[in-house]
Design a protein around this ligand. Structure first.
Ligand code: NAP
Length: 273
């Protein structure tokens, strides 16, 4: 099936991962276990989610070899210097009780309150320092791949110009109601693998009538249609669910959306970032 895998730093991965934002540690533990049992092999957490310990516990207890599971975490958006970033990666490893993290991202180019306030100051020098901490963690084997999240074209250029290791991944807000086509093209032209966060628009896509009609045409749920949409854009989709039924349903994606439907929705949902 088209776009069902991507390669990050030599590692081939499926284009589906479990999101865990807003899960408690216990929910993250249970949902990660449920997901792994029905076939997911990639789970997305972050220092800011305060549930890394639950994800790590599930990975250690799931019965599969560590190398069969892919764990992503993120350096908190508010950390903007080398020493704190390096220390935070060690703390993530301690909380998860894992020997390495598969993919570590910078969660956001700006601290969250400034990002949401659309502040002009882009923390260029600071992001390059945090990136250097990620490069060093990669060289030390503490993480196996490194990337960014919520970075715009200018934020990415800033890293690329100073980096020893190019960003391997950009995790961005993308779904069938919000598709940053120019940023997607920009990343794909630079071989940066894209991950789509909030692929179901935080649940709100399910109420959308256009998407309901679309999903009906394919005999699938809106959630399934939205996840497949992100995959067919060439991205890893990160649906979050604490419901075992939804977790299972979200990986039943054995259908192909027509290119003309992808184009129609992505044009209607086009946005800058
Ligand atoms: N890098 C970043 O800055 C960033 C920002 C936001 C999110 N993320 C990542 O992306 C992940 C996903 O994004 P998200 O949590 O915002 O939202 P999402 O995955 O778009 O939507 C999650 C919502 O959809 C519901 N849902 C899931 N599957 C469903 C199904 N089959 N049928 C009906 N409802 C369903 C979930 O409820 P139930 O739990 O009841 O199923 C939940 O309310 C996050 O968990 C996180 O890992 C990253």
């Amino acid at each position: 099936m088209k776009n069902d895998s991507v390669v990050i730093n030599g590692r081939q991965l499926s284009t589906l991962a479990l999101g865990t934002w807003l899960m408690s540690e216990q929910e993250a533990y249970q949902s990660t276990l449920a997901a792994i049992r029905c076939g997911y092999r990639h789970v997305d957490t972050a220092q800011a989610y305060e549930n890394e310990a639950g994800v790590g516990k599930a990975v250690r207890e799931c019965g599969l070899a560590r190398e069969d599971i892919y764990v992503t975490s993120k350096v908190a958006a508010e950390i903007k210097n080398y020493a704190e970033a390096a220390r935070s990666i060690d703390l993530s490893l301690e909380r998860m009780q894992l020997d390495y993290i598969d993919l570590m991202l910078i969660h956001c180019p700006l601290p969250w309150d400034e990002y949401h306030a659309h502040k002009a100051y882009r923390y260029e020098k600071e992001n390059r320092e945090v990136w250097r901490a990620l490069e060093d963690a990669l060289a030390q084997g503490k993480v196996h791949a490194i990337g960014i999240s919520n970075f715009s074209e200018g934020d990415i250029d800033n890293i690329i110009q100073a980096a020893k290791v190019q960003p391997m991944v950009n995790q961005i807000h993308c779904n069938a109601l919000h598709t940053p086509n120019a940023l997607i093209r920009y990343c794909q032209e630079r071989n940066i693998v894209l991950e789509a966060y909030s692929p179901i628009a935080h649940g709100s896509a399910i109420q959308n009538q256009v998407l309901q009609q679309m999903a009906n045409q394919y005999n699938v749920s809106v959630a399934q249609w939205c996840i497949r949409y992100c995959q067919q854009l060439g991205m890893i989709a990160l649906p979050k669910s604490t419901s075992p039924e939804h977790i299972r349903a979200n990986m039943q994606l054995d259908f192909q959306i027509k290119e003309e439907d992808i184009q129609r929705i992505s044009q209607a949902a086009d946005c800058p970032v």
